[in-house]
Design a protein around this ligand. Structure first.
Ligand SMILES: Nc1ncnc2c1ncn2[C@@H]1O[C@H](COP(=O)(O)OP(=O)(O)OP(=O)(O)O)[C@@H](O)[C@H]1O
Ligand SMILES: [Mg+2]
Length: 245
């Protein structure tokens, strides 16, 4: 079976500094995979080069069997990848509905779809992310947590089979973060998910497998139970005895 996303010995240098130092990763279709690691480990940099925002210095990125390493972001999106950013990136001056509608129509650029079909799709997504009642309001009027839910809606509306979510709960309080993660779990059912998340409890509850990135290298990869028991992970990242049960 082809993996959804494969990284083959990815390296990334900024000037003389090597940020990613040979990252290999294979994510199965339908898998929920968490990428964890300390600040500055290179997680967002990895997302940037998977999604085509920057180019790797070396190595290959393969999405559903297609080499996307040298594609621009819009072509990668057409191959079925969507990402959200570490900071919220909604169009503040558009309505909540139009944010999702734009994303929904961008996916179907090469097929003629009746506007009504796209509208229906946008409504379904807004329902799923709990923003149906806010559809006509400006995105700027949403709370921070609601804007992050809208970020998720925008990613989902593209109908991508693989989603990269970069710290979707950053800046939320615990209750908001718990709600957001429930939402992510429910709405990404059947898709492939690669998520960067600092809340360890959330990661251990959500992920099928976890990769630990430290200073540009994957130092461990495995199920939550394997990661929890890994001495190198405890030492390098999780801190002594602070691994959630
Ligand atoms: N455009 C750039 N030019 C030079 N250095 C960069 C650039 N982008 C990122 N870096 C550096 O690369 C390293 C990794 O950054 P990155 O944002 O990928 O880390 P991260 O794992 O996402 O961290 P965090 O958990 O804080 O979000 C950092 O040392 C950062 O300063
Ligand atoms: Mg980051």
């Amino acid at each position: 079976m082809t993996a959804a996303l494969e990284l083959h010995h990815i390296t990334k240098r900024f000037g003389a500094t090597e940020i990613l130092r040979g990252v290999d990763l294979s994510i199965e279709k339908g898998e929920r995979h968490a990428l964890i690691g300390p600040n500055g480990a290179g997680k967002s940099t990895l997302f940037d080069l998977i999604s085509g925002r920057t180019r790797a210095s070396g190595g290959r990125v393969v999405l559903n069997g297609i080499d996307i390493s040298r594609m621009p972001p819009y072509r990668i999106a057409r191959c079925g990848l969507a990402r959200s950013f570490q900071t919220t990136s909604v169009f503040a001056g558009l309505s909540v509905f139009d944010n999702v509608r734009c994303a929904a129509s961008s996916r179907f650029f090469d097929r003629w779809l009746r506007p009504r079909v796209i509208d229906q799709r946008a409504h379904t997504i807004l329902d799923a992310v709990g923003l149906a009642s806010r559809a006509d309001e400006l995105a700027a009027s949403l709370s921070y947590a609601e804007q992050r839910a809208l970020d998720l809606g925008i990613a989902l509306a593209t109908d991508a089979s693989t989603l990269l979510l970069d710290e979707p709960t950053a800046g939320m309080n615990r209750a908001e973060a718990a709600r957001a993660l429930d939402l992510i779990r429910a709405t990404t059912e059947g898709r492939t998910l690669l998520i960067v998340e600092h809340d360890m409890e959330a990661v251990f509850a959500l992920a099928d497998r976890i990769s630990v990135l430290v200073r540009g290298r994957v130092i461990a990869m495995g199920t939550p139970a394997q990661i929890r028991a890994d001495a190198r992970v405890r030492e390098a990242y999780l801190g002594d005895g602070e691994v959630p049960r």
